[in-house]
Design a protein around this ligand. Structure first.
Ligand code: AMP
Length: 122
């Protein structure tokens, strides 16, 4: 049996979070440390640790995460101005929680995608 994660416990409502959407496949909740006026995490209810662990059977759920992101962007009022969807994978991307999650960030001009350091590594 897969061990629970911080995020699976949020999805099961064992830990508190500001859940903004949930259905049988995904849960979306506000990031506890928001990096922009809108910062929502969208997770599969099923525990998939990282993108490296994705299988073909996850395709519908992962596609559904984009539909939920689209709808949340609309309901947050940021769809027209634009927003960013981010999925970190592993150490180089600083993935902190080993339960695949999509960040939906927006509500402000987000600037370039990667830091200067990433563009010009020393
Ligand atoms: P990542 O670095 O992609 O793994 O992102 C993990 C995100 O989870 C960070 O933006 C954290 O602020 C967020 N986070 C950690 N714990 C919680 C929590 N209990 N509720 C909501 N967001 C959380």
């Amino acid at each position: 049996m897969t061990e629970d994660t911080l995020f699976s416990r949020i999805a099961q409502r064992e830990l508190p979070a500001d859940i903004v959407f949930q259905d049988d496949r995904v849960t979306a909740f506000r990031d506890v440390n928001p990096q922009a006026p809108t910062h929502i995490l969208i997770i599969p209810n099923k525990i998939i640790p990282t993108v490296n662990d994705v299988t073909e059977s996850d395709e519908a759920t992962l596609g559904h995460m984009f539909i939920v992101a689209r709808d949340l962007a609309r309901s947050e009022g940021i769809a027209d101005d634009g927003y960013r969807l981010l999925v970190n994978c592993g150490e180089h991307a600083n993935q902190e929680v080993l339960h695949l999650h999509m960040h939906l960030v927006g509500g402000v001009q987000l600037g370039r995608m990667l830091s200067q350091q990433a563009r010009n590594p020393t």
